[in-house]
Design a binder for this molecule. Structure first.
Ligand code: 8DG
Ligand code: MG
Length: 509
């Protein structure tokens, strides 16, 4: 039966029967989105999660009412996800669903449809659009259903909108995919980053998070932002930050940066938080106690053991090392480890494995076969300390279930070598792939792929991938069960996402 010509009265539980509905999440919010999805499903309809799901014919595309009423914006939005508005598919506002539910019938869509007549010629809806359901690159599909940036229509030709990438979507695209970003956006981002750093170092984590989220959204947006309206329409950029963007566009600088970052307090606190083991609260308190320089701190009687080490090697630790030095350090650790147990697998991870040209520290993963019973880490550290290679312990062996972790400082033999941060992780063979993925990072990539797992009823950690997980909000209500993950590729496969080699996981905020 043609779903658009259905009889008006029907069984309440089947009001959306034969409807294949795609809901665009823009401006909807997760709760409303999920409510609509449940109601459609309960009403016998099918919620289509991807427009490229070519096998099912989408009958309706539902958008937030305010979006549908703003015809120009709506058409541009649809065009950006390759939906031709001349399609036979009904493009309707959320009111249609609400009214159908209220009246317990599948109402005619006419009253709720997008009206394209109002749109002037300047919006060319057909540019770049492909008919709905035409095959598209599956790798880009998830981005299409993410939040979309929107902008106001001005006299200039319409810009092609860029999908704003939500945190969960981060791991679905390569970090090496070139992102256009105008020079002006770069400058705005740099200023906003100064504020984010300042807020983070003063312990205002919420505000710092707000700024970082906005920075991430602007980076993903790509197109040059030219107005307050455009900035505020980007999901993740609130009105206050949009006002900052607008101020920067008008004046070339931000008063807030001068005010916050220029203050002695913020500069001192930022410096202190760079010392290993010092958090924002401690840095603030030291400022209040009158400490102003790293030299002053050396006289502080209340430093912890780690802070003393952090202070002692401050300049060396701040300095990033070339890849070659990372390899030399790893070679020392590997030789020592294999002298204890020749069958161990020693592998570099962290930023080195992601291919960065310089690294902040050396992250080494040691995998121990099940038939090896030697307690590797203490033996290894003893050897590395005796040779003078490991100079200081920051966090002495920490045990997390059957993984062990050590954080310390080392220095290659020879003249003019710097002290470098060294992290060693020892894991069992069964946890190899999840640990390798975790310690390869980036931290943002990890957060993203964990969110993907969570949304699929799974849980990913450095220890394992659990399936059959039931959650209430973020809380796990059961333990789930471990799914074997022999390789990183198997993790991507089990999560149903495209494999990303380490070089494509260099996602950063
Ligand atoms: P770098 O050392 O060159 O600065 O970068 P990195 O190798 O990516 O960072 P790292 O601090 O050495 O951490 C190694 C990996 O540990 C990182 O890539 C991902 C993982 N990791 C998380 N969350 C966090 C976190 O909160 N802090 C740190 N330090 N690492 C984390 O997934
Ligand atoms: Mg590292």
């Amino acid at each position: 039966m043609d779903p658009h010509k259905r009889p008006l009265l029907q069984n309440k539980s089947r009001i959306f029967e034969n409807c294949y509905i795609y809901i665009l999440p823009v401006a909807l919010g997760k709760k409303r989105m999920s409510l609509f999805q449940t109601q459609i499903t309960n009403g016998g309809g099918i919620c289509v999660s991807k427009l490229s799901a070519t096998k099912c014919n989408v009958t309706h595309i539902v958008l937030e009412d305010s979006v549908v009423k703003d015809s120009e914006r709506c058409v541009r939005l649809l065009s950006s996800i390759n939906v031709d508005t001349n399609t036979a598919v009904k493009i309707v506002g959320t009111q249609w669903i609400s009214k159908c539910l209220k009246e317990c019938v599948c109402l005619d869509t006419k009253e709720f449809e997008l009206s394209v007549e109002k749109i002037t010629d300047k919006v060319n809806t057909k540019s770049n659009s492909k008919p709905l359901n035409e095959d598209r690159d599956p790798g880009t599909v998830k981005n299409d259903v993410a939040d979309f940036a929107t902008c106001t229509v001005e006299d200039s030709p319409p810009k092609k909108l860029k999908p704003a990438v939500s945190e969960e979507d981060v791991c679905l695209q390569s970090s090496s995919k070139p992102r256009e970003n105008s020079e002006c956006n770069h400058l705005v981002i740099a200023e906003l980053q100064k504020l984010a750093n300042a807020f983070r170092s003063t312990g205002d984590q919420w505000r710092a998070y707000g700024y970082e989220k906005a920075i991430s959204a602007i980076k993903a947006y790509g197109s040059e932002i030219t107005s307050y309206e455009e900035a505020v329409s980007i999901p993740g950029v609130g009105s206050k930050i949009a006002a900052k963007v607008s101020e920067f566009l008008a004046s070339g600088h931000l008063r807030k940066v001068d005010e916050i970052c220029g203050s002695e307090r913020s500069q001192v606190v930022e410096l202190f938080t760079k010392v290993w083991g010092v958090g924002p609260a401690t840095a603030q308190s030291w400022f209040q106690q009158g400490f102003r320089t790293l030299e002053d701190l050396k006289a502080n009687p209340n430093l912890t053991k780690q802070q003393k080490i952090g202070l002692k090697h401050f300049d060396d630790i701040q300095d990033r090392m070339p890849r070659q030095e990372v390899e030399q350090i790893a070679a020392v650790v590997e030789t020592a480890a294999l002298s204890i147990e020749p069958k161990l697998n020693v592998e570099l991870c962290g930023s080195y494995r992601r291919g960065r040209t310089t690294c902040g520290d050396v992250d080494i993963l040691i995998t121990k076969q099940d038939n090896i019973h030697t307690d590797i880490l203490p033996c290894l550290l003893q050897q590395l300390k005796e040779s003078g290679f490991v100079t200081d312990d920051l966090v002495n062996i920490e045990v997390s279930r059957n993984q062990k972790k050590y954080l310390g400082i080392c220095r290659l033999p020879g003249e003019n070598q710097k002290h470098r941060r060294l992290d060693i992780f020892v894991v069992p063979e069964s946890e190899y792939a999840t640990a390798l993925m975790h310690y390869t990072g980036s931290a943002l990539f990890n957060r993203s792929i964990r969110l993907v797992a969570a949304h699929k009823g799974m849980s990913l950690s450095e220890h394992c991938l659990l399936a059959g997980v039931v959650r209430e909000g973020k809380e796990m209500l059961n333990d789930g069960y471990i799914v074997p993950t022999p390789t990183e590729k198997s993790i991507f496969g089990l999560l149903g996402i495209e494999y990303r080699p380490p070089e494509e996981r260099e996602h950063r905020l």
